[in-house]
Write a protein that binds this ligand. Sequence first.
Ligand code: F6R
Length: 243
Amino acid sequence: MRIVKVRDYQDMSKKAADIISAQVVLNPSSVLGLATGSTPEGIYQHLAEKHRLGDLDFKDIKTVNLDEYKGISKSHPQSYTYYMKTKLFNFINIKPENTYLPDGDNEDGQLECKRYRDIIQRAGGIDLQLLGLGNNGHIGFNEPGEAFEKEVHCVDLSETTITANARFFYSMDEVPKQAYTMGIGNIMRARKIVVVVSGKEKAEITQKVLFGPVTPKVPGSILQLHSDVTVIADEDALSLTKI
Ligand code: F6R
């Protein structure tokens, strides 16, 4: 793992955007694995700005997102489909038909998981996967458990995740309890992985993910076994990690 320590959220966003930009420039038909959440928002702003300035062309880029809530429609403002459109896709020249997320409207979990797994396979796998880190160590929605789930699956979100997500919904009842997510195998098969972490509240889990035992109880710890991971973390996130 390469650990890049940066000063703050702004620097983290810029550094990660630079790495993704290099990928797009060097391989203009890359498959990018994308994440949602608060952490990547700054990165997407940088990418949109680089495109606006004429420095980045997404016309042959494909994207596959990590996850999507189950039981929420694509047009719901809290769906990850809506997030991706409003934070990135609407501002770049990516073809809508080249952007993929699990379909939260699909009630048939088995069918949806197979459909999404096939999409990733048909795209030829992921060239660069961007990851955030959950407060409980989850990557995508691979929650802490007894074993690493390898393939795309439907997951019952943990209490910690439901509570963390509640800030985006009007009431607790509205917060989705399930999601479709890439599995650990799909993520680990990505050729390159970039993890972004920011903030004091992630300090403890960052330490465990980077230097703790590799265990499904801390899903992100599996990244220690990948051969090309860059972690971009700010001083707050690394405040409990000696590097
Ligand atoms: C989102 C995702 C999640 C988030 C994680 C951190 O697509 O896969 O694993 O990356 O929950 O979320 P934030 O960035 O909001 O702290």
